[in-house]
Design a protein around this ligand. Structure first.
Ligand code: ADA
Length: 538
């Protein structure tokens, strides 16, 4: 069995500002990993180059894993580049030869300036730093580089295991499961694929999130993974989990906490998910980027359903239609699908939040992304969150019609939709106009509320107004079968990077539509919704 070395801790640090670092680097500070350097002095709010360094004693072939950083980086081993992290939040792995046994130097050169992938206008802050854990492990010759487990038939416990091994390895492999099942299979030219019937299996679902474990052994290597036996499909307007209709109920969530930024520690993630579960919810939309491994592990263990998506926020033509940009989305989709393939919690894979889906040429982009993900993982539903409502021309290309709507908030001057009493009729009209043969999911709805701002007149920005609006939205979602569920916008207030006119709706530089504030203090809506959801629990 491999023994990964956790490299979290205190690393050497150097701020280079707008000067691109070159070796030799001079270090004059230290910083914590995981951590975001640009949230406290003396680097607060700065954008530019920063260098992280630590020493590692290891030798031979290794796998280095970084569970997400921002917003892009180059990774060096003894001053030689071994790879790059192009996409903020994306977990990345690097396989290389570490050389002879001695103290080696691992350097991560981060740039936290906005780029063509993370634009300055996105409604969430681009934190600079290493968001998740960094680990390194020695790997043997012919190392197993990938193990994907999928459910082929949840009614009989039939699963498929596909694995890859380095150097075109051909040879025997043994598979053993927690149920006691042992099986043999072969790697041929670096690939193994087999189907197995798991005896005494248990299904994974939201009430009983049962995880099975597979250990795969070759002549040289041994790796383990957990997986869940579960099946997700659609039937008309419904989403079915293991053959039963399930209503998705929950929130969009940003990985964000004051002073910690995107480097939210696992115990804070746990706090969030326990709050969510305690309220009676079962669903998180991981807006708008890849999720940390620890977060998905918690969701797997707690039976919380997840929508995971690529980083991309209101990318419109011409950027959206350029082949170069599409390639960055396809690459993200590929990486993400493979890295979270064995997480049963992920039931929907998404991309390109609020894109130009009201124009014909966007169909090619959506189709390309759908096909790419579907070819890799046909066991998840695929969708994108649209703000184009009746004008969207791409709904037929996805499994779920997902709509971001803000009746009662962004439509203050529209008599027809504004006002709490219009929320349910607005959603009804939209639902009626949507394709009737696909689940209709509300992927965003909400209103700003400043924590502590109570107003008996229920004016906008008050906790009362937000509570009324969300109650109406949830009543629609819960009491109507045409709606497959709701992800409210959003779980907790989160820092935003505001530019242009948007600044006027982002008080404190924060998107204040959380039902909890940024410290997870509940607003009125939290209690009202909790009370309401209770009436549905058995
Ligand atoms: C959009 C977007 C969210 C957030 C929201 C809002 O629909 O997808 O990221 O910006 O609006 O608060 O306005």
């Amino acid at each position: 069995m491999r023994s990964p070395l956790n490299l979290d801790g205190i690393w050497d640090f150097s701020w280079y500002g707008d000067q691109k670092p070159a070796f030799p680097i001079t270090y004059n500070d230290v910083t914590a990993v995981p951590g975001c350097f640009d949230l406290s002095e003396p680097y607060c709010g700065k954008r530019g180059w920063a260098v992280y360094r630590r020493f590692v004693t290891i030798d031979g072939k290794v796998r280095l894993f970084i569970d997400g950083l921002g917003i892009e980086a180059a990774v060096y081993w003894d001053e030689k580049q071994i790879g790059a992290c192009k996409y903020a939040y994306m977990p990345e792995e690097f396989w290389f030869d570490a050389g002879e046994e001695r103290r080696h130097e691992l350097t991560i050169v981060i740039n936290n300036c906005h780029n063509g992938i993370f634009h300055p206008y996105f409604d969430f802050y681009a934190y600079g730093g290493i968001y998740g854990s960094v680990t390194i492990e020695r790997v043997p010759e012919h190392a197993v580089t990938q193990v994907l487990v999928s459910t082929e038939d949840y009614k009989t416990g039939l699963i498929k295991v596909c694995a890859k091994a380095a150097d075109n390895y051909s040879g025997k492999a043994s598979l053993s499961f927690d149920t006691g099942l042992g099986a043999e299979s072969d790697f041929v030219d670096g690939a193994l694929c087999c189907k197995l019937q798991i005896p005494d299996y248990k299904l994974w679902d939201t009430e009983h999130p049962y995880l099975h474990e597979l250990t795969l052994k070759t002549e040289t290597d041994e790796v383990s993974t957990t997986f869940g036996i579960r099946h997700v499909e659609t039937q008309g307007r419904q989403i079915l989990l293991n053959g039963k209709a399930i209503k998705l109920l929950g929130y969009n969530r940003h990985e964000s906490f004051p002073l910690l930024g995107a480097a939210v520690p696992p115990n804070m993630m746990e706090v969030d998910l326990k709050l969510l579960r305690d309220q009676g919810c079962n669903f998180i939309r991981g807006s708008h980027y890849p999720q940390r491994r620890r977060f998905l592990e918690l969701c797997d263990r707690m039976g919380i359903l997840v929508w995971e998506e690529t980083l991309g926020w209101r990318i419109y033509p011409p950027v959206l239609h350029s082949p170069e940009y599409l390639e960055t989305q396809l690459e993200q989709a590929r990486k993400l699908t493979l890295i979270s393939y064995n997480n049963p919690c992920i039931i929907i894979r998404g991309f390109l939040n609020e894109n130009g889906s009201q124009t014909e040429p966007t169909r090619d982009v959506i189709k390309a992304l759908y096909d790419e993900i579907h070819a890799l993982d046909p066991h998840c539903l695929i969708s994108y969150a649209s703000d184009n409502h009746q004008k969207d021309v791409c709904y037929d290309l996805t499994d779920v019609v997902s709509v971001n709507v803000y009746p009662g908030w962004y439509d203050a001057n529209h008599e027809e939709t504004s006002g709490i009493h219009n929320i349910r009729p607005f959603i009804r009209r939209l639902s009626d106009d949507m394709p009737q043969d696909k689940p209709f999911l509300i992927t965003e709805i909400g209103a700003e509320a400043l924590y502590g701002f109570r107003d008996p007149l229920k004016v906008r920005w008050s906790e009362e107004y937000q509570a009324e609006l969300l109650m109406e939205a949830c009543k629609y979602a819960m009491e109507n079968d045409d709606c497959a569920g709701i992800a409210m916008w959003h779980f907790a207030d989160a820092r935003s990077f505001v530019t242009g006119n948007e600044i006027y709706s982002r008080a404190r530089g924060i998107n204040n539509k959380g039902v909890l504030d940024e410290y997870r203090r509940p607003k009125l809506s939290w209690y009202r919704l909790k009370e309401y959801f209770k009436s549905f629990s058995k």
